[in-house]
Design a protein around this ligand. Structure first.
Ligand code: FAD
Length: 408
């Protein structure tokens, strides 16, 4: 992030604004919440406050996979969450996907119901995927396990040990999605103006940025990885820690890859855009110590690993030229699922964080949950994300084992 300063004069002459609802953070979660607020209460006066520009966080930098379940396999989710909770989380992501396709014109956001593949990078992973297929089917979810020969045939790949095809997976353009939601919400967008403090007092919230002041009845802080910086008093580090992810995009190659592919326990992910360009990301597990914090930078060693992965597993890509390389900051939670907490002293003030590399798969439905909660309404999924479950653990950074099981 480029360092910016704000003068005494600007700070001393901040204009004041009054809104019914203010959202801090112009990522997919903030924009989805604004969209649903508008749907539920059309008369609301809504503002989105963004430190840089809409989509400047992870939401404008991801791979655009819309997957089901969490970042780990269904069998592993059952091991760590229990069967009932794993099924509820899976159902929620399915609803997220279905809502995207029913509420948003697919051509406005380049959404394609391609299905998705989780490909195994080892025998052990293949076994977990085979087990997941049985468990998913028992719980009423569609999934097809394929042997090594079958999955490599389907993907035009080589070297995968097996794979799980989930027909409900899909892809979209995350920036088109964000912009569509923001425009439909008719929220006033304030960009390049970081929020410096959020104070809540009874039924009113006061939000101060570098250039402005806001008062609002309802407030949501949806800054994900940046929560501990925006609300230092919120104990945010207990719920989220910043983890970097890197990607690259090649020049167009002949189209062969129909579906997004997650592999190696989610540590690699690859898709082919309609333009023929291949997008690949991950390799974080090979550089765990470096891929933390808020620095927006790529490293030559990790980028080389992404290129090697592409050549090794997808020989049909052939010789390729890399035309874009980028990074993004994800917010990892201790148990891989996001948390929703209340702002002290304000019944309608909330924060949300910890999407753990999987936010596109959950955010649109989560926006509905958040909009309902901001307006004082119930949502059946709310208890799953209560921040109170982390009350007994230390900082999110202490729980590396759990976080490292969360991708990408
Ligand atoms: C490289 C990469 C690939 C990924 N691939 C996928 C994928 O394919 N599928 C998937 O499901 N997930 C993927 N993810 C994860 C997904 O992008 C995130 O989970 C999701 O975008 C989180 O959304 P968000 O709105 O909570 O956070 P963000 O998009 O990070 O939004 C938070 C916003 O808050 C703003 N902000 C911060 N501080 C302030 C402040 N002081 N004042 C005002 N605004 C502030 C930030 O600038 C940012 O725009 C990927 C992530 C990365 C980085």
């Amino acid at each position: 992030m480029t360092e910016r300063t704000t003068s005494f004069w600007i700070r001393n002459n901040r204009p004041s604004f009054r809104y019914d609802a203010v959202i801090v953070g112009g990522g997919i979660v903030g924009c989805a919440t604004a969209f649903w607020l508008r749907r539920i209460r059309p008369g609301l006066n809504i503002a989105i406050l963004e430190r840089e520009y809409l989509g400047s966080g992870a939401s404008g930098r991801n791979a655009g996979f819309v997957l089901q379940g969490t970042a780990t396999s269904y069998a592993l989710d059952i091991d760590r969450f229990g069967r009932q909770l794993a099924a509820r989380l899976y159902q929620l992501t399915l609803e997220n996907r279905n809502l995207i396709f029913s509420e948003i014109p697919s051509d406005a956001i380049d959404a394609h119901a391609t299905g998705s593949v989780t490909a195994a990078g080892s025998d052990k992973e293949s076994e977990s995927l085979r087990k997941s297929e049985g468990l998913l089917r028992q719980d009423g979810f569609a999934a097809e396990y394929h042997s090594s020969a079958e999955i490599n045939g389907i993907l035009g790949s080589r070297g995968f040990y097996g794979g799980l095809l989930v027909p409900s997976g899909g892809v979209l353009d995350p920036v088109k999605l964000l912009r569509f939601l923001a425009s439909q919400s008719r929220a006033t967008l304030y960009e390049y103006d970081p929020v410096e403090s959020v104070h809540t007092d009874g039924s009113m919230a006061r939000i101060v940025t570098g250039h402005r002041e806001f008062e609002s009845d309802h407030v949501l802080v949806s800054a994900n990885a940046y929560l501990p910086l925006v609300l230092p008093e919120s104990d945010g580090a207990r719920h989220v820690r910043p983890v970097r992810a890197q990607m690259l995009a090649t020049a167009p190659v002949p189209v062969f890859l129909e579906r997004p592919v997650y592999s190696h326990d989610g540590y690699f992910y690859v898709r082919q855009h309609a333009s023929g360009r291949i997008l690949v990301g991950g390799a974080r597990h090979l550089h765990v110590a470096d891929e933390v914090g808020y620095s927006d930078a790529v490293t030559s060693t990790l980028q080389r690993d992404l290129e090697s992965y592409l050549s090794e597993f997808f020989p049909r890509v052939g010789d390729f030229e890399v035309v874009d390389r980028w990074s993004g900051t994800m917010g990892f939670s201790p148990d891989g699922r996001p948390s929703v907490g209340s702002l002290p002293g304000n019944a309608h003030g909330l924060w949300v964080a910890g999407f753990t590399g999987h936010g596109m798969s959950i955010a649109f439905r989560m926006g509905l949950l958040l909009a309902r909660r901001m307006l004082g309404d119930a949502d059946e999924y709310a208890p799953i994300f209560s921040a109170d479950r982390h009350a007994e653990v230390g900082d999110a950074g202490d729980d590396h084992a759990a976080a490292e099981n969360s991708k990408p």
